[in-house]
Write a protein that binds this ligand. Structure first.
Ligand code: PTJ
Length: 241
């Protein structure tokens, strides 16, 4: 993962701040044991239900997400009928184009957010708030990963259902999103694809049932409890062998 990020940094896909963000993520990945835990599986099922029942779902892609999971994104878009949009915190046209090109190389047919980022998310400074009027601006459901808290909150204020992939269950994004997948984007993305390919055959009522039964506060509490119990077990095994 580190090598992929460093390489993507050299290619101008990842920003230096992205390398720091990755380090923070790694720390939380160690705390959950570097595996997809039960509460993340539950969030992934709810996320897929939300994407499959949405009118206008969009997958938002930034530098780190492209570097670590570009190969899965076109398949997830295909399986859920979602659009793909490059959406950058540190936006430059050149980097947006490089990310779009990487996604196209992995099979994406249409990538929004390069030359068409002409709409503005209210409450965010230019260029951080620039999105495509056909994509995130119009979306009812947005899937994002490694996102900044202000942008997550601004999307929520616009009435969108926000699905976030974030290893830190305490981050503002994790706390503010409607559905938080506390997992590494490298594991969550392929699992989202697999789950979407299974659940897309389900009737709409069954998908809506999954969504209605989902409670993000409970799921986040379960993640935090999981980490606490895991650390206690590790401490016990140090003391008692
Ligand atoms: O490419 P850009 O310009 O859009 O910039 C992307 C970054 C990541 C620099 C920008 O969005 C940012 O600064 O994000 P934050 O606020 O640092 O949030 C990143 C969150 O993602 C943190 O909570 C990290 O713990 C988490 N994270 C880091 N690596 C991973 C991760 N979550 C899932 N998978 C990871 N591999």
């Amino acid at each position: 993962m580190r090598e992929r990020l460093v390489e993507a940094f050299r290619e101008g896909i990842v920003v230096p701040q992205g390398l720091i963000a990755h380090g923070r993520g790694e720390c939380f990945d160690y705390l959950i044991g570097e595996e997809t835990i039960g509460p993340a599986v539950e969030a992934i099922r709810a996320a897929v239900a939300a994407l499959l029942t949405a009118r206008h779902p969009v997958i938002s892609v930034n530098g780190n997400t492209a570097a670590l999971a570009a190969e899965h994104i076109p398949r997830l878009a295909e399986a859920t009928g979602a659009l793909i949009e490059v959406n950058l915190f540190y936006r430059t046209r050149e980097r947006a184009e490089k990310i779009a090109e990487l996604l196209r190389r992995h099979g994406a047919r249409r990538v929004l957010g390069v030359d068409d980022a002409t709409a503005r998310i209210p409450g965010l400074e230019h260029p951080r708030g620039m999105v495509s009027p056909e994509g995130i601006y119009k979306a009812d459901v947005v899937l994002l990963a490694l996102e900044d808290g202000d942008r997550t909150e601004a999307l929520r204020r616009m009435g969108k259902l926000v699905i976030a992939i974030d290893l830190n269950p305490l981050s503002r994004t994790a706390q503010k999103a409607d559905i938080t997948i506390v997992d590494n984007v490298v594991r969550a993305m392929p699992l989202l694809v697999k789950t979407a390919e299974e659940m897309r055959k389900w009737p709409r009522e069954k998908l809506l049932e999954v969504l209605e039964g989902y409670d993000n506060r409970r799921v986040l509490a379960e993640v935090i409890r999981y980490i606490g119990e895991r650390l206690n077990r590790l401490a016990e095994s140090l003391l008692h062998g």
